[in-house]
Design a protein around this ligand. Structure first.
Ligand code: C2E
Ligand code: MG
Ligand code: MG
Length: 612
């Protein structure tokens, strides 16, 4: 341990030095005054001499302001941690008084001038021991403090990590959720309007894919910084997905929210991200949802709506702002599509489909010429669902092909099971517009016809005009192949697509089914009458027969006779139902068949005798 002895009296300090050295107290340094000591310390700053454990200082070296000097020496950072021992010039009472003053001012001991060598050594050693103890304690305390501070820093970092995004440092989804929860409560309690903006970068994927993840990360950080700088205090921006951000605006009005969204859009529309000498326009689609005080909504619903609005903004061509509206059709469709997919799959697996047959009457003979097979599905609660419920979604979600195959298989099985008396029966089967994009369709039809021995001439396929036009070349090829097999072909819902007549000329079909929309008002609408007449004439001139759908009354039926139509189909003739009606069934006057009413049945499977 190091000792400094400071006293004006050189012989005195030399004597003390000698005593201490003789008694194995090493590392003792001498200075004639505090000023000299300070200079020496300064000269050796950072070296071991700089430090001192014990400062034995003569009373006179402390100067007139004795207590102040004592206090400042023991408290000074320069002498920090040094124990001050005062060397008194006095004895007796004067010594006692001085000792009291010095000890009160922070000195650890006051040695009388007359102190004997043994006593001096004992007291210095004691002070050194105490000082050593003190220093050990201080080191332990410092270590503890450091540990505590480190733990606190660690805890703070952990806390930060839990609700902040690692890459951008922005609040993350968890933090946003908490903020949203509070915002929704505040909105309700204090009648405040809030808004949530959902941001999805338009070109992030392009940058990330073509320039790599490092560039992608840089882009995200840039955007995060831009948004952070753009916001005012109290507004929160969070990163909630790879290139998705959300902004929460509290206590605002709707106009402000929309203006704000627009300015964020503009901010990122102007922003260009550079990699080497390539510059990317990043752009953003912004979905906005307003959280009104009178609205019962949860934080997660709010965010989901903002997300939906953003999806709409993207759908509208990107770089746009869209405000959430419950009427957003695309979202409705998507939502219900998601629900329908498992239902359809289950229906296919559990055979929840069945066929209904609707009769088609030939006008010249007034007899049933054939039936159209129409698919139905049992819902979860046994209710009957019509194609409008599941065919469009099956088309969108890629399940229609399985349905088409199901129908073909079941229609042919059904026909194969008919008794010989019903060999006249021909059947129309609807095919989706996607049917011909599948190579397996034609072989399956061929195989099924072979297996069931049903003559191909008893099978007519219907495809809508719109579907046919959409995949014109493919459909035309496939239609030609099916006709080569001996099957017939009808163009369904004709006229609804308003395509040119030149298509029919180039389309090898046998029948045209005029769309029901031209038929339902036929009695009162002269334009419809003209259109039906001209469609029929063109079809006839091309050697095709014409069917009118949606024939719902006797007067329409009679009008169609006048317009030259060949066949009629509709509720007046017969509703779709699981049983076939007799070939000679005719709607008698006064009896109009309504959907769901039962017509005279043909119990051909269980009772072949019933067939006339
Ligand atoms: P579509 O082929 O034009 O079938 C005629 C539709 O009109 C049937 O509706 C039928 O119930 C309905 N209908 C018949 N007569 C009348 C009438 O007098 N008034 C009114 N208002 N409607 C009448 P459905 O069964 O709901 O079928 C709708 C559409 O779904 C069909 O139109 C067809 O495009 C499609 N579809 C039906 N079954 C199948 C199928 O097995 N496979 C495929 N891919 N599509 C099918
Ligand atoms: Mg049809
Ligand atoms: Mg139709």
């Amino acid at each position: 341990m190091r000792i400094w002895i400071v006293d004006k009296n050189a012989s005195h300090i030399a004597a003390i030095h000698a005593i201490l050295s003789e008694n194995d107290v090493q590392d003792v340094h001498l200075a004639s005054s505090l000023r000299v000591l300070k200079e020496q310390k300064r000269a050796h700053r950072g070296q071991s001499v700089d430090a001192a454990d014990l400062l034995i200082v003569g009373e006179r070296a402390l100067g007139d302001e004795l207590e102040d000097s004592c206090r400042s020496l023991s408290a000074s950072t320069e002498f920090g941690g040094t124990a001050v021992v005062v060397l008194s010039d006095a004895d007796g009472d004067a010594y006692e008084q001085l000792a009291e003053r010095c000890l009160g001012a922070g000195a650890v001991d006051v040695l009388p001038r007359s102190i004997g060598a043994a006593e001096l050594v004992r007291r210095v050693n004691l002070m050194l021991c105490l000082q050593h103890e003190r220093r050990c304690r201080r080191i332990r305390e410092e270590a503890l403090e450091t540990e505590l501070a480190e733990r606190k820093i660690m805890e703070a970092r952990l806390k930060h990590l839990v609700d902040h995004d690692d890459l951008t440092g922005l609040p993350n989804r968890r933090r946003l959720d908490q903020a949203l929860e509070l915002a929704v409560i505040r909105s309700r309690n204090f009648h405040r309007t809030n808004a949530v903006l959902y941001l999805d970068l338009d070109q992030f994927k392009v940058v990330n894919d073509s320039e790599g993840h490092v560039a992608g990360d840089r882009l995200l950080t840039d955007v995060a910084n831009k948004l952070r700088a753009w916001l005012k205090p109290g507004q929160l921006v969070a990163r909630i997905g790879s290139d998705e951000f959300a902004i929460l605006l509290e206590h605002i009005n709707e106009a402000y929210a929309m203006e704000f969204a627009e300015s964020v859009r503009a901010l990122l529309a102007d922003y260009q991200f550079g990699v080497s000498d390539v510059r990317y326009h990043v752009g953003v689609s912004v979905g906005v949802v307003i959280n009104r005080p009178d609205e019962e909504i949860t934080a997660s619903e709010l965010l989901a709506r903002a997300d939906q609005a953003c999806y709409m903004a993207k759908n509208q061509g990107r770089n746009t702002v869209h405000q959430f509206s419950s009427d957003d059709q695309v979202m409705h469709t998507l939502r219900s599509d998601a629900l329908w997919v498992p239902r359809i799959r289950r229906a296919l697996a559990d055979d929840k489909f069945f066929l209904a047959f609707q009769p088609v009457m030939e006008l010249t003979t007034r007899r049933i010429s054939h039936y159209e097979a129409l698919i139905r599905m049992y819902g979860e609660n046994g209710e009957i669902l019509t194609p409008a419920d599941f065919i469009p979604v099956a088309e969108r979600m890629g399940l229609i092909h399985q349905i088409d195959l199901w129908v073909i298989e079941h229609v042919l099985d059904y026909m194969a099971a008919l008794p010989p008396e019903l060999e006249w029966l021909t059947m129309s089967v609807n095919l989706s517009g996607h049917a011909f994009q599948e190579n397996s369709l034609l072989p399956l039809i061929k195989q099924k016809l072979d297996m069931t021995w049903v003559s191909p001439s008893r099978l007519t396929f219907e495809i809508t005009e719109t579907a046919a036009i959409t995949n014109f070349a493919e459909t035309r090829k496939m239609v030609a192949r099916l006709r080569a097999l001996g099957c017939r072909f009808a163009l369904d819902d004709f006229g609804a697509g308003f395509s040119s007549f030149s298509y029919i000329k180039n389309f090898p079909v046998d029948l045209l089914k005029i769309d029901g929309s031209f038929i339902t008002n036929l009695a009162n609408d002269q334009t419809d009458q003209l259109l039906v007449k001209s469609m029929t004439e063109v079809a006839h001139s091309l050697g095709k027969k014409v069917i009118a759908e949606y024939v719902e009354s006797d007067s329409i039926l009679e009008q169609l006779v006048g317009l030259g139509v060949d066949y009629v189909q509709g509720h007046y003739v017969g509703c779709p139902q699981p049983e076939l009606v007799s070939r000679d069934w005719m709607p008698s006057s006064g009896v109009t068949a309504q959907a769901g009413t039962s017509l005279p049945k043909l119990e051909f499977v269980s009772d072949a005798q019933a067939v006339r």
